[in-house]
Design a binder for this molecule. Structure first.
Ligand code: ADP
Ligand code: MG
Ligand code: ZN
Length: 486
C-alpha cells in the first residue's frame, strides 16, 4: 500500500455447519458421496415441498453466538434471496433477515503494531451471524464439454458471520480469521476444511488517507480459500486501490475475484451490474423463536474455548503463544496433548512430543490424531523415561518411538530389551571421562590455555565412548570438574 493511506477491512465468513442432516430437510450433510445422491424434493426445490428448520443448526449457531459474546435474538426471521444459477434449484436461497439469530459480539486480536502504533489487544466487532443454506456445486471443467451440477451441497446449513470493518491490515484480517477458525473447530460446529470450502470468506476492503474518518469505497474480494490467500489478496488490493487514488483515480465499488495463479484480483461485476435479490419474507417458515431457558442451556453446554485453553496452557505449562496455538489446532489434538501432559509429568515435554514426532508421523501418514495408533498412556510411558533421564531424547526419538509405533510393547519393555537405558552412574561416567582425557592430551592442553570451544569435542568423544547411552548433562558436569582438576 502506498504511504499515507490506511486500510479498512471487514470479513464475511461462511461456516458450513457439521450437522447430521441438511438445513431444511432430512438429507444427510456429507461430502464425498455420489453426486446428486443426497437430495430430496425439499432441497431440489420441487413444487409443494416444505422446509422444516434443523434444530441442530440452531444449537450450533447459538454456541458460536454465545462464544463471541453476542446478543441472541429471541425471535429472528427468514428471507428469500432470489437469483438464478444452475446450482440453485429453488431459484432462491433461504437466509435470515432482517433480524438474525446472532446480533453483535466481538473477537479480540493481538493487533498489528505496525498499523496501530502500539502493542496490545484490539477488539473486532461482529455485526451479526445468520443462518442460511448453501447452494449446490457447479463443475465446469470435468470433461471439457459440459458443465455438471452436484446438488448434494444444496441446502447444507451455513452460518455467515459478518464482521465490522474494524480490521486495519492483512495481518489482522488473517489473525481474525484464524481465531474464528479455531473457535468453530473447537466448538465442534465445523470441520474447518478451507480447501473444500467448509470455512470460506469474502473480504471487503477499502483505503482512506491517514487521518480521514470517512470510509473509502469498498471492493469485495471473493474466492479466498486459505489464510495465505487472504493476506496476499488484501496486500494486492490495498496496493491497487492506493495507487489508483494516488494517480487521481477513483475506486469502483465492485466484486473482484482472487486469482491465486497470477497473484491478482480481477473485476467480476460492478455495483451497477450488481444483482437485485428481491428479498422478501419466506412464507413457508415461521419465525425462529428461542426461549431464555434454551439460551441458558446452550451457555452451560459451551466447552472451554480454544483461546481460553491457550491462555491456560501458557500459564500452567510455560508454553509460547505459537506452540499453544498449534496444540489447540483441533479438539482431539488438544485432548490428546492434555492427557499426555498429565500422564507424562510435564507440559513442556508433552508439547515437544506432540509438535515434534507425533505431528511428523501424522503428516507422513496423512492421518489425524484420531487415527494415531498410540494411546496417550503408551506415549506417556516414553515421555516419563526421558523426563526421568533414564533415556536420552535422541534415543527415545530415533529408536524407542518407532518401536512403540511398530507395536513392540511398552516403552519400558523396549528400553529393557534393547539395553537402551542411560548410564546415570556417576562413577561410570567419570571412568570414561578419564579415559578420553588421557587419550586426548593435545586438546586438553589447548583448553587449559583458554580454547574453551574444544570442550564440545571432548564431550562428543565421551558420548561416543558411551555408545550414545550417557546423559549429556551429566557428561558435561563431570568433564568440567575433571578439566578444572587437571
Ligand atoms: P453486502 O451484502 O453488500 O456484502 P454486508 O452488510 O453483508 O453487505 O457486508 C458488509 C461487509 O463489508 C462487512 O463485513 C463490513 O465489515 C464490510 N465493510 C463495510 N464497509 C466497508 C468499507 N468501507 N471498507 C471495508 N469493508 C467494509
Ligand atoms: Mg457481501
Ligand atoms: Zn433434501
Amino acid at each position: 500500500m502506498k504511504p499515507g493511506y490506511e486500510a479498512v477491512i471487514g470479513l464475511e465468513v461462511h461456516v458450513q455447519l457439521r450437522t447430521r442432516t441438511k438445513m431444511f430437510c432430512a438429507c444427510q450433510n456429507l461430502t464425498g458421496a455420489i453426486p446428486n445422491s443426497l437430495t430430496c424434493p425439499v432441497c431440489l426445490g420441487l413444487p409443494g415441498a416444505l422446509p422444516a428448520l434443523n434444530a441442530e443448526a440452531v444449537r450450533m449457531a447459538l454456541a458460536l453466538g454465545l462464544a463471541v459474546g453476542a446478543k441472541i435474538q429471541p425471535e429472528s426471521t427468514f428471507y428469500r434471496k432470489q437469483y438464478f444459477y444452475p446450482d440453485l434449484p429453488k431459484g432462491y436461497q433461504i437466509t435470515q433477515g432482517p433480524v438474525a439469530l446472532v446480533e453483535g459480539g466481538h473477537v479480540d486480536l493481538p493487533g498489528d503494531p505496525r498499523v496501530r502504533g502500539a502493542e496490545g489487544p484490539v477488539r473486532v466487532r461482529i455485526e451479526r451471524a445468520h443462518l442460511e443454506e448453501d447452494a449446490g456445486k457447479s463443475h465446469h471443467d470435468l470433461d471439457g464439454k459440459a458443465s455438471h451440477v452436484d446438488l448434494n451441497r444444496a441446502g447444507v446449513p451455513l452460518l455467515e458471520i459478518v464482521g465490522s470493518p474494524d480490521l486495519r491490515s492483512p495481518q489482522e484480517a488473517s489473525d481474525y480469521l484464524k481465531i474464528l477458525h479455531r473457535l468453530v473447530v473447537g466448538l465442534g460446529i465445523c470441520d474447518g476444511n478451507m480447501e473444500e470450502g467448509s470455512f470460506r470468506c469474502d473480504a471487503n476492503v477499502s483505503v482512506r488517507r491517514s487521518g480521514v474518518v470517512d470510509f473509502g469505497t469498498r471492493v469485495e474480494v471473493k474466492n479466498l480459500n486459505s489464510f495465505r490467500f487472504v493476506r496476499q489478496a488484501l496486500d494486492h488490493e490495498l496496493e491497487r486501490q492506493s495507487a489508483l487514488l494516488e494517480q487521481g483515480g477513483t475506486v469502483l465499488m465492485e466484486t473482484r475475484g482472487w486469482d491465486a495463479a497470477s497473484g491478482e484480483t480481477r473485476g467480476q461485476r460492478t455495483k451497477e451490474a450488481a444483482m437485485d435479490y428481491r428479498y422478501f419474507p419466506e412464507p413457508d417458515l415461521p419465525p425462529l423463536r428461542v426461549d431464555p431457558a434454551e439460551i441458558e442451556a446452550a451457555r452451560r453446554a459451551l466447552p472451554e474455548l480454544p483461546d481460553q485453553r491457550i491462555l491456560r496452557w501458557r500459564e500452567a505449562y510455560g508454553l509460547g503463544q505459537d506452540e499453544a496455538q498449534a496444540l489447540a489446532q483441533s479438539p482431539a489434538f488438544a485432548t490428546y496433548f492434555e492427557a499426555l501432559a498429565h500422564l507424562g509429568g510435564s507440559g513442556r515435554g508433552a508439547a515437544a512430543w506432540m509438535l515434534g514426532e507425533v505431528s511428523r508421523t501424522l503428516n507422513e501418514r496423512g492421518m489425524g490424531i484420531e487415527a494415531f495408533p498410540l494411546s496417550p498412556e503408551a506415549l506417556a510411558g516414553l515421555v516419563r523415561l526421558v523426563e526421568a533421564r533414564t533415556l536420552g531424547f535422541g534415543t527415545a526419538k530415533d529408536q524407542v518411538f518407532p518401536a512403540l509405533l511398530a507395536g513392540e510393547g511398552t516403552a519400558e519393555a523396549i528400553v529393557a530389551r534393547r539395553g537402551l537405558a542411560q548410564v546415570n552412574d556417576r562413577a561410570a561416567v567419570e571412568a570414561l571421562v578419564d579415559q578420553v582425557l588421557a587419550a586426548n592430551p593435545a586438546p586438553v592442553a589447548q583448553i587449559r590455555s583458554g580454547k574453551e570451544s574444544l570442550k564440545g569435542f571432548l564431550v562428543g568423544q565421551v558420548l561416543k565412548a558411551g555408545q550414545g547411552r550417557l546423559d549429556a548433562k551429566l557428561v558435561n558436569e563431570v568433564l568440567s570438574e575433571a578439566l578444572a582438576k587437571v
